[in-house]
Design a binder for this molecule. Structure first.
Ligand SMILES: Cc1cc2nc3c(=O)[nH]c(=O)nc-3n(C[C@H](O)[C@H](O)[C@H](O)COP(=O)(O)O)c2cc1C
Length: 382
């Protein structure tokens, strides 16, 4: 029997992912007052029914000031729990695990949606004052953010914790802390955006302090049987910026503080970055962190082919593969990969968790037709 690694389970604390195909967080910019709506149920629900092992819900703001756009999801108030609970329950019923990315956009908050141009919104355009480690704008011509005081940093940690409690109440299996893509926690990590002269700026230890405080505080309220992920940008792709050696060192410390997996991305900190993009271009970061810090990693970025995903896992470069835009284009990717890799079924047997096969095989139409669909599916996967 052919048993690709892609379709093998992954155990993280007490959570068992049924396979290693996951959808990374992707903003939908479709929330009203931070609340999930029908769009979220359909978007996440439809992909959940296609055989993923895990999906991570988009950047979800821990406070209104931390939204990338006015239309981001939020978990800054209790009213936002119930609509997400509905999404979580539906997704879980289809088989995948579901996490949520908790985020604060810092100086990159207060923007228009991408399809409205994505530019910074001033308070008079419906935006708000942004906050950051230092009063340095993301790019020339933007309004300067306000540097956060030390007391305010305590409030930010508190808001992350409160959002994590709400995520737990909504039923999420895991939380991912967003410390990548030039958002607030990454702004603290990088010397290009953090020019503070207190204990939150300067040395590597000082620049890492806020993220470590957030992780420690969340780990206290997030149950010991549930995993905690951190998404990091491994490099700023810019001279003098945050880079792989510091990222590997930080990942080792995060592991000691109870982080279970590093979601290894890159970039987003400054507008003048020079990113070299190509198939699997960020896989070396997942590999370096996994080897150097000794904890599981997720690889992401232009992973689109089944054989490519399988090789990343087989060669020990990562433990999980995340497919973003590919799953937007092609939600049926898991079943396609199953066929291409010649696997017997999603976890080696037609199981309850084997949703896409089960529904494709059994919903059929009319009495007596299901066996024929099942047979053609089996033939397909040879
Ligand atoms: C529409 C869209 C929204 C995104 N939103 C987020 C987000 O909320 N949080 C995040 O960490 N990354 C976000 N990303 C980045 C993706 O998670 C992923 O890292 C990136 O798309 C590269 O993977 P891919 O080549 O498979 O698409 C977004 C990407 C897209 C295309």
């Amino acid at each position: 029997m052919n048993s690709p690694k892609l379709f093998s389970p992954l155990q993280l604390r007490e959570l068992k992912l049924r396979n290693r195909i996951a959808m990374p967080p992707m903003c939908q910019y479709s929330a009203i007052d931070g609340m999930a709506g029908d769009w979220h149920l359909v978007h996440y629900g439809s992909r959940a029914a296609q055989g993923l092992g895990l999906m991570i819900v988009e950047a979800t703001a821990i406070e209104p000031r931390g939204r990338i756009s006015p239309h981001d999801l939020g978990l800054w108030k209790d009213e936002q729990i119930e609509p997400l609970r509905k999404v979580v329950a539906f997704v879980k019923a289809q088989g995948p695990a579901i996490g949520v990315q908790l985020a604060h956009a810092g100086r990159k908050a207060s923007g228009a949606r991408p399809w409205e141009g994505g530019a910074q919104l001033s308070p008079s355009q419906g935006g708000w004052e942004c906050v950051a480690p230092s009063a340095i704008p993301f790019k020339e011509g933007e309004l300067s953010p306000r540097a956060l005081s030390k007391a305010e940093l305590g409030d930010i940690v508190g808001a992350f914790v409160a959002a994590a409690r709400r995520a737990l109440s909504a039923g999420f299996d895991l939380v991912e802390i967003h410390a990548a893509h030039g958002y607030l926690l990454h702004q603290f990590l990088s010397p290009l955006s953090n020019r503070r002269d207190d204990e939150y700026g300067g040395s590597f230890a000082n620049r890492s302090r806020l993220l470590l405080e957030v992780v420690e505080a969340i780990r206290k309220v997030w149950p010991a049987d549930k995993p905690l992920f951190v998404r990091l940008s491994a490099t700023d792709w810019a001279a003098g910026g945050w880079d792989v050696p510091e990222c590997v060192a930080l990942s080792g410390i995060l592991k000691e503080r109870g982080v279970d997996l590093i979601d290894a991305s890159s970039a987003g900190l400054i507008a003048t970055q020079k990113v070299i993009v190509g198939p699997g271009y960020q896989v070396p970061f997942a590999q370096a962190i996994r080897a150097g810090a000794g904890l599981p990693t997720a690889a992401v970025g232009l992973i689109t082919e089944a054989a490519q995903a399988e090789a990343i896992l087989e060669e020990g470069k990562a433990d999980l593969v995340l497919l973003g835009r590919e799953l937007l284009r092609n939600p049926g990717w898991p079943a396609q990969a199953l066929r291409e890799l010649g696997a017997e079924s999603f976890d080696g047997r037609p199981s309850e968790g084997d949703t896409s096969l089960r529904s494709a095989a059994s919903t059929g139409y009319g009495r007596g037709l299901a066996p024929q669909y099942l047979r053609s599916l089996r033939e397909m996967s040879r």
